[in-house]
Design a protein. Sequence first.
Length: 181
Amino acid sequence: MKPATAKSAHRVRRRFVRDADGSVAIEFALTAIPFFTLLFAIFEAGMVFFASATLDQSLNDAARLIRTGQAQSAGTTVAQLTTKICNDVALLTNCTANLKLDVRVYSSFSGVAYPAVTAANGTVDNSKLAFNVGTAGDIVLIRAFYVWNIMSPFTTGLANNTSGTRLLQSSVAFRNEPFTS
């Protein structure tokens, strides 16, 4: 009886090894995880780039309000300027709460500095932010900061701070036009 059982088991094993019906499913399962991980990483990197580009454009539009004196004559506050930027920017979730602005006046372009506004963990320290739109002829530096939450653990290479998030930054330096207030 044993020889027949061994023969039978050997035949089943041989048929299993030669059978290729499920090979495509197994090959797909083995390649699907790296493929979709790479696809998601490319998608997220593209979203970060797009969000950064729209933040740049929106900050340029807001800077024009300061440069032409419209913000000064309207008495624009930091909250109003943040709302203006957030209305124009795409992909930034909870933008008005998470977007931080730093607006400073300098006496010359060579004196323009970029003081650190981040804490040790990479978040923006609100106590280091300033808001001064200046007057006619002043040199102004406006910077916007937004902490982007990395969605996938596979795209941690996008993170640029210790909290595992990416700090999107945009800045514009200009001289205010000779407007009358």
